[in-house]
Design a protein around this ligand. Structure first.
Ligand code: ADP
Ligand code: MG
Length: 493
């Protein structure tokens, strides 16, 4: 039996404003419990919510970035349920008329030998407030409530059920994560709860038109858990259907230790929440002037940046620009700081050497950052310094091999330039023909056996001879020159 997997995601991303969605209390993470909960957040009688304009602006940015429709008006609605961390007894959200409808996002399917693009459609994105938090840790045997998070602005992004594997779901979540940070509407910090996903999963027989019954896995706060939870859920649903059972719609939690999902509650329907328009808040009107103002202020999207990096243009001087592989481009556009770093290097070196720059940023800078677990914004080697090093490869002052040694030194001694190291350590490449010829002749004289071997057809012997020249010059001879001169001198004999 062949099964088709169907996944739709709901992503909750915290919008990056200093104050809350409907109150002036601070949204900063990690405060003393309840120190950032004002009268509105704790729902004292008689208080009224006031919409934060900054939140709306960030939501509009998202809508524009995914090519969606920005609704005006949009309506705030009360979603009624009882829970200790929700003192009002309802969450202010949007239901029938969300601020954003439609739009799409492209994902790159990461498979080994083919990279394919797929478009995932967005159903809607709406504004809503976060709830508080129950604290069960040692609290004299009681549970405490921290309302610091209550009223924190969230954008809930809902996808169509367009994904067909856990890999696609993760690629989608990552694409949204990249986008919201790129356009500066969220810090996307998953450990602090600023970015979490619910995954709706169902399976159906391949070829079936009707979607299967879904179960929704709540609150996944890492890409690894998202992938694992979906895979567990798929295994579970296959097992149930294969053994003649049927899937009951439910909301489930993922236990990452036991690697299983278990039911939290049988699925509630929208009518259980008794949604109705919040009478305390007017319909939200957004002028097209404001939208255009925001559009004009927006930077190039990660999608367009990616397309630019993989595209090739022939400049007037006949040189090809960028033309990076999709693999390189996706790494360099994984966040805006990396893309900016790379572009700064290319600006100095020139676009015709974009590939060389990409190699250095990916293989050296990013690899070292990962090793030290630091962000590119605090890289010990700045874009300017890296460019200074690459320039010396381009003008053949040093070989690529020597450059790697120099890079390691630069990494350990922030601020030092490649030129300083080259000068201090005397690493300048020997490109003087007569100097190299002299050393080549010495090597030929001292290694007559290997020369004879090479002449009788043993290619390996040639590499040995090159190695000897490099050794004598402490790696400083220009390798391609050594190659040429060695061939020529042996031929002459
Ligand atoms: P809610 O979860 O609030 O009831 P919806 O019914 O609109 O909201 O669905 C939410 C998510 O579930 C969407 O991302 C949608 O794509 C996805 N979804 C809906 N039906 C299915 C299904 N049969 N299989 C997988 N995902 C689904
Ligand atoms: Mg849901």
């Amino acid at each position: 039996m062949k099964w088709e997997i169907v996944i739709g995601l709901e992503v909750h991303t915290q919008l990056l404003t200093q104050s809350k969605l409907f109150s002036g209390a601070s949204t900063i993470f990690g405060g003393t419990p309840n120190a950032q909960a004002c009268a509105i957040d704790i729902a004292l009688p008689g208080v009224l919510p006031v919409l934060n304009r900054g939140v709306v602006e960030l939501a509009i940015k998202f809508g524009l970035a995914i090519g969606a429709q920005i609704n005006s008006p949009s309506i705030f609605a009360r979603k009624n349920y009882f829970y200790p961390d929700l003192p009002k007894g309802y969450q202010i959200s949007q239901y029938e008329l969300p601020i954003i409808e439609g739009g799409h996002i492209k994902i790159q399917k990461e498979s080994e030998n083919e990279d394919k693009e797929k478009v995932i459609n967005i159903t809607r994105a709406h504004l809503e407030e976060d709830a508080g938090k129950s604290l069960h840790e040692d609290f004299h045997g009681m549970t405490g409530i921290d309302l610091n998070r209550a009223g924190t602005p969230l954008l809930e992004i809902v996808s169509e059920p367009d994904m067909r594997s856990s890999e696609e779901a993760v690629a989608f979540a990552k694409a949204i994560h990249t986008l919201v940070r790129w356009i500066g509407i969220s810090d996307g910090n998953m450990e602090e709860g600023s970015f979490r996903c619910d995954a709706n999963v169902s399976i159906r027989r391949l070829g079936d038109k009707k979607l299967g019954t879904r179960r929704e896995i709540k609150n996944l706060n890492s890409f690894r858990f998202l992938q694992q939870a979906i895979e567990c859920e798929i295994e579970f649903q296959k097992y149930i259907l294969k053994t003649g059972g049927s899937i009951q719609q439910a909301t489930v939690l993922f236990d990452s230790n036991k690697r299983e999902t278990h039911v939290m509650r049988s699925k509630e329907d929208a009518h259980d929440y008794r949604y109705f328009p919040d009478p305390d808040l007017l319909p939200l009107q957004i002028s097209s002037d404001w939208i255009e103002e925001i559009r004009a202020s927006m930077i190039e999207s990660p999608d367009l940046c990616f397309s630019r990096f993989i595209g090739s243009e022939i400049e007037s001087n006949g040189k090809v620009t960028y033309a990076l592989s999709k693999y390189d481009a996706s790494i360099l556009t994984s966040d805006i700081d990396t893309a900016n770093y790379y572009e700064e290097v290319v600006k100095i070196i020139g676009r015709e050497d974009a590939k060389l720059c990409a190699n250095w940023v990916i293989e050296e800078v990013i690899a070292h950052l990962n090793q030290d677990n630091i962000s590119i914004t605090v890289s010990p080697v700045s874009p300017k310094q890296l460019a200074g090093l690459i320039l010396r490869i381009c003008d053949e002052t040093i070989s690529g091999k020597t450059a790697k040694v120099i890079f390691n030194e630069m990494w350990g001694a922030p601020g030092i330039s490649a030129d300083t190291i080259i000068k201090e350590k005397g690493l300048k490449q020997i490109s003087d023909n007569s100097a190299i010829t002299q050393i080549v002749d010495e090597v030929i004289f001292n290694n007559s056996q290997q020369v004879a071997d090479y002449c009788s057809g043993k290619e390996k012997a040639f590499n040995f001879l090159i190695g000897q020249v490099m050794k004598k010059t402490k790696g400083k001879a220009n390798p391609s020159q050594v190659h040429e001169i060695l061939k020529e001198r042996i031929k002459k004999r």
